[in-house]
Design a protein around this ligand. Structure first.
Ligand code: PRP
Ligand code: MN
Ligand code: MG
Length: 174
Protein backbone atom coordinates (compact mmCIF):
# COMPACT_ATOMS: atom_id res chain seq x y z
CA UNK A 1 0.00 0.00 0.00
CA UNK A 2 1.31 3.47 -0.79
CA UNK A 3 1.34 6.45 1.55
CA UNK A 4 -1.92 8.24 2.08
CA UNK A 5 -2.71 11.35 4.07
CA UNK A 6 -5.75 11.54 6.33
CA UNK A 7 -6.78 15.04 7.41
CA UNK A 8 -6.43 15.47 11.19
CA UNK A 9 -6.80 19.26 11.47
CA UNK A 10 -8.32 21.12 8.52
CA UNK A 11 -6.88 24.22 6.89
CA UNK A 12 -9.74 26.30 8.32
CA UNK A 13 -9.15 25.03 11.85
CA UNK A 14 -5.42 25.75 11.59
CA UNK A 15 -6.05 29.25 10.21
CA UNK A 16 -8.53 30.07 12.98
CA UNK A 17 -6.16 28.81 15.63
CA UNK A 18 -3.26 30.88 14.30
CA UNK A 19 -5.51 33.93 14.24
CA UNK A 20 -6.38 33.35 17.91
CA UNK A 21 -2.74 32.76 18.89
CA UNK A 22 -1.75 35.97 17.08
CA UNK A 23 -4.38 37.90 19.02
CA UNK A 24 -3.25 36.47 22.34
CA UNK A 25 0.43 37.14 21.62
CA UNK A 26 -0.34 40.71 20.48
CA UNK A 27 -2.11 41.28 23.79
CA UNK A 28 0.60 39.68 25.92
CA UNK A 29 3.43 41.60 24.22
CA UNK A 30 1.54 44.89 23.86
CA UNK A 31 3.88 47.89 23.75
CA UNK A 32 6.93 45.66 23.22
CA UNK A 33 8.74 44.33 20.20
CA UNK A 34 8.58 40.55 19.91
CA UNK A 35 11.59 38.81 18.39
CA UNK A 36 10.37 35.62 16.74
CA UNK A 37 12.82 32.78 16.29
CA UNK A 38 11.80 30.24 13.72
CA UNK A 39 13.13 26.74 14.21
CA UNK A 40 13.85 25.52 10.70
CA UNK A 41 12.66 23.84 8.77
CA UNK A 42 9.43 22.78 10.43
CA UNK A 43 8.60 26.11 12.06
CA UNK A 44 8.78 28.16 8.86
CA UNK A 45 5.18 27.91 7.63
CA UNK A 46 3.69 28.49 11.07
CA UNK A 47 5.96 31.45 11.80
CA UNK A 48 5.05 33.27 8.58
CA UNK A 49 1.33 32.89 9.22
CA UNK A 50 1.63 33.77 12.90
CA UNK A 51 3.82 36.84 12.31
CA UNK A 52 1.18 38.30 9.96
CA UNK A 53 -1.35 38.19 12.79
CA UNK A 54 0.75 39.89 15.46
CA UNK A 55 -0.01 43.61 15.77
CA UNK A 56 2.88 44.60 18.06
CA UNK A 57 6.26 45.23 16.31
CA UNK A 58 7.89 42.00 15.13
CA UNK A 59 11.46 41.13 14.20
CA UNK A 60 12.55 37.72 12.98
CA UNK A 61 15.49 35.37 13.00
CA UNK A 62 16.04 31.76 12.00
CA UNK A 63 17.83 28.82 13.49
CA UNK A 64 18.18 25.26 12.36
CA UNK A 65 18.28 22.50 14.94
CA UNK A 66 17.90 18.93 13.83
CA UNK A 67 17.15 15.93 15.96
CA UNK A 68 15.60 13.58 13.44
CA UNK A 69 16.88 11.71 10.46
CA UNK A 70 14.64 11.03 7.51
CA UNK A 71 12.53 8.44 9.27
CA UNK A 72 9.74 8.65 11.80
CA UNK A 73 11.68 8.26 15.06
CA UNK A 74 14.06 10.49 16.98
CA UNK A 75 17.77 9.83 16.78
CA UNK A 76 18.16 11.68 20.08
CA UNK A 77 20.91 13.77 18.53
CA UNK A 78 20.34 17.54 18.58
CA UNK A 79 22.61 19.57 16.34
CA UNK A 80 22.74 23.33 15.60
CA UNK A 81 23.06 23.37 11.84
CA UNK A 82 22.45 27.11 11.46
CA UNK A 83 22.75 29.64 14.26
CA UNK A 84 20.94 32.98 14.62
CA UNK A 85 22.23 36.00 12.69
CA UNK A 86 21.64 38.49 15.50
CA UNK A 87 22.20 38.72 19.23
CA UNK A 88 19.11 38.13 21.38
CA UNK A 89 20.49 39.89 24.44
CA UNK A 90 17.83 42.07 26.07
CA UNK A 91 15.14 41.03 23.57
CA UNK A 92 11.69 39.59 24.16
CA UNK A 93 12.25 36.33 22.32
CA UNK A 94 9.48 33.97 21.28
CA UNK A 95 10.52 30.65 19.75
CA UNK A 96 8.14 29.39 17.09
CA UNK A 97 7.98 25.65 16.49
CA UNK A 98 5.74 23.33 14.53
CA UNK A 99 5.69 20.53 17.11
CA UNK A 100 6.99 19.51 20.53
CA UNK A 101 7.33 15.76 20.55
CA UNK A 102 9.92 14.21 22.91
CA UNK A 103 10.88 17.77 23.89
CA UNK A 104 14.58 17.08 23.27
CA UNK A 105 15.00 19.73 20.57
CA UNK A 106 13.42 22.55 22.56
CA UNK A 107 14.91 21.50 25.88
CA UNK A 108 18.34 21.85 24.33
CA UNK A 109 17.56 24.98 22.34
CA UNK A 110 16.03 26.87 25.27
CA UNK A 111 19.04 26.01 27.34
CA UNK A 112 21.36 27.44 24.66
CA UNK A 113 19.27 30.59 24.17
CA UNK A 114 18.83 31.29 27.90
CA UNK A 115 22.60 31.58 28.20
CA UNK A 116 22.52 34.48 25.72
CA UNK A 117 20.51 36.64 28.15
CA UNK A 118 17.28 37.51 26.35
CA UNK A 119 14.97 39.79 28.35
CA UNK A 120 12.37 37.03 28.14
CA UNK A 121 12.18 33.67 26.42
CA UNK A 122 8.84 32.22 25.38
CA UNK A 123 7.79 29.22 23.35
CA UNK A 124 4.91 28.92 20.90
CA UNK A 125 4.16 25.63 19.17
CA UNK A 126 1.45 24.79 16.68
CA UNK A 127 1.26 21.16 17.84
CA UNK A 128 2.03 19.42 21.10
CA UNK A 129 2.25 15.65 21.68
CA UNK A 130 2.34 15.52 25.50
CA UNK A 131 2.22 11.69 25.57
CA UNK A 132 5.65 11.53 23.97
CA UNK A 133 7.45 13.92 26.31
CA UNK A 134 10.85 12.81 27.60
CA UNK A 135 12.22 16.24 28.51
CA UNK A 136 10.25 18.76 30.53
CA UNK A 137 9.66 21.87 28.41
CA UNK A 138 7.52 24.82 29.48
CA UNK A 139 5.32 25.78 26.55
CA UNK A 140 3.65 29.22 26.63
CA UNK A 141 1.37 28.93 23.59
CA UNK A 142 -0.02 25.71 22.11
CA UNK A 143 -2.19 25.50 19.01
CA UNK A 144 -3.38 21.90 19.32
CA UNK A 145 -2.62 18.97 21.59
CA UNK A 146 -2.58 15.89 19.39
CA UNK A 147 -2.42 12.13 19.97
CA UNK A 148 0.69 10.10 19.23
CA UNK A 149 0.28 9.78 15.46
CA UNK A 150 2.79 10.63 12.74
CA UNK A 151 1.66 14.00 11.44
CA UNK A 152 2.69 16.03 8.40
CA UNK A 153 1.82 19.35 6.81
CA UNK A 154 2.17 23.00 7.81
CA UNK A 155 5.93 22.57 7.96
CA UNK A 156 6.00 18.99 9.26
CA UNK A 157 7.65 16.45 7.00
CA UNK A 158 7.88 12.77 6.39
CA UNK A 159 11.27 12.16 4.75
CA UNK A 160 11.23 15.87 3.74
CA UNK A 161 7.89 15.57 1.94
CA UNK A 162 4.47 17.11 2.72
CA UNK A 163 5.73 20.26 4.50
CA UNK A 164 3.69 22.36 2.08
CA UNK A 165 0.29 20.83 2.89
CA UNK A 166 -1.99 23.64 4.14
CA UNK A 167 -3.52 21.32 6.81
CA UNK A 168 -2.28 18.78 9.36
CA UNK A 169 -2.54 15.20 8.17
CA UNK A 170 -1.64 11.73 9.36
CA UNK A 171 0.51 9.51 7.15
CA UNK A 172 -1.07 6.11 6.62
CA UNK A 173 0.15 3.00 4.88
CA UNK A 174 3.83 3.35 5.70
C1 PRP B 1 11.05 18.06 14.22
C2 PRP B 1 10.06 19.14 14.60
C3 PRP B 1 10.62 19.69 15.88
C4 PRP B 1 11.25 18.47 16.53
C5 PRP B 1 10.35 17.93 17.58
O1 PRP B 1 12.12 18.68 13.58
O2 PRP B 1 10.01 20.14 13.59
O3 PRP B 1 11.61 20.66 15.62
O4 PRP B 1 11.43 17.50 15.49
O5 PRP B 1 10.81 16.74 18.11
P1 PRP B 1 11.33 16.54 19.60
O6 PRP B 1 10.41 17.29 20.52
O7 PRP B 1 11.23 15.04 19.79
O8 PRP B 1 12.74 17.01 19.69
P2 PRP B 1 13.22 17.86 12.75
O9 PRP B 1 14.38 17.61 13.65
O10 PRP B 1 12.55 16.71 12.08
O11 PRP B 1 13.74 18.90 11.66
P3 PRP B 1 12.84 19.69 10.59
O12 PRP B 1 12.11 20.76 11.35
O13 PRP B 1 13.84 20.26 9.64
O14 PRP B 1 11.91 18.70 9.96
MN1 MN C 1 11.88 20.98 13.45
MG1 MG D 1 11.56 16.70 10.42
Amino acid sequence: MSEQIRVLISEKEVDEKIEALGKQISKDYEGRQVHLICVLKGGAFFMCELAKRITTPVSLDFMSVSSYGDGTSSSGVVRIAKDLDESIEGKDVLIVEDIIDSGRTLYHLMDVLRQRHPKSLGLCTLLDKPERREKDVKVDYVGFEIPDEFVVGYGLDYAQKYRNLPYIGVVEGV
